[in-house]
Design a protein around this ligand. Sequence first.
Ligand SMILES: C[S@@+](CC[C@H](N)C(=O)[O-])C[C@H]1O[C@@H](n2cnc3c(N)ncnc32)[C@H](O)[C@@H]1O
Length: 298
Amino acid sequence: MTSLYTVRPAPGEGLGCFSATLIPAGTLILSEIPLFNVREPRTNAAVVSAFSKLTGVEQEQYLSLYAQNSEAEGDAKVIDIFNSNAWQTGSRTSICPLAARFNHACVPNASFTWNSRWCRITVHTIVEIPTGTQITLSYERPYQTIKSRHEKLSAYGFVCSCPACGTGAVASDIRRARMVVLDAKIRFERRQLWRSPWPSAALELIKLLKEEGLVGEAMGLAHHDAAIGWKRHGRLDLAVKFAIKELELCIMCFGLDSMAVDSSVTFLQELKCQLAKEVQSRIEKQAQEADLISQGEH
Ligand SMILES: C[S@@+](CC[C@H](N)C(=O)[O-])C[C@H]1O[C@@H](n2cnc3c(N)ncnc32)[C@H](O)[C@@H]1O
């Protein structure tokens, strides 16, 4: 699996992961069991204690990971490495030495997830990646402005210079600020019980995500929200269409054998079932009306 990419220096970013071949979208490029994890909210003492229980070889592997302060030693170094490399894995935060080599981009070309069924992290590509391209993950939620993202990323000790932060920053920031508003609007509308108008916020969000090149998990969620919106609007046919796209995106980001895909399949099946019932009742109603008309004619 690791032959799909190699780890080598990435200018100005330390080490990074680069594709060794053309990798199609939706390819599983890494599946890794964490070296260790700590429960959240974590303490430095818990990190140091978990580290002390590793074998000598594991400790060496851990200590070879990137540290922001290259002069740090002892417990300070252990904590620095943890803060620079750990990933959220369900209710815990884990160190996965292979996954720890992926650098950040605000428009990533791969997706990281915790597969609770396998008890492993997985990384899937979310676009086709040409040979020799750096494979990146997003360390941050997408619905944030540059200012907010940079504040969060400063904890890792770098300033992001990806296209969304550099050359395309102005247009990107306008889109992301609008995404924040739309996301809040969608969450608010979800709590309303009355029949809603068409899901304009979710549809606009999908359009902006496309323009921004964010084709991973966020795009899947936006399609889920659009499907819910169409259902509440009484258009089950369109709800099914958006739920099918949500499922495709889930498979691409999380892999077939994942809880997220199971939930997405169940959601789609429920919608299809409701649509079938609705169509059936329309057919029956039409047949009754036709009966009445023909009775009137005789
Ligand atoms: C999880 S490690 C990633 C692998 C790391 N580059 C290495 O050499 O092992 C996180 C660190 O990588 C660097 N990094 C990640 N993404 C970056 C980016 N977009 N620009 C500059 N540095 C980045 C930062 O130093 C960050 O603290």
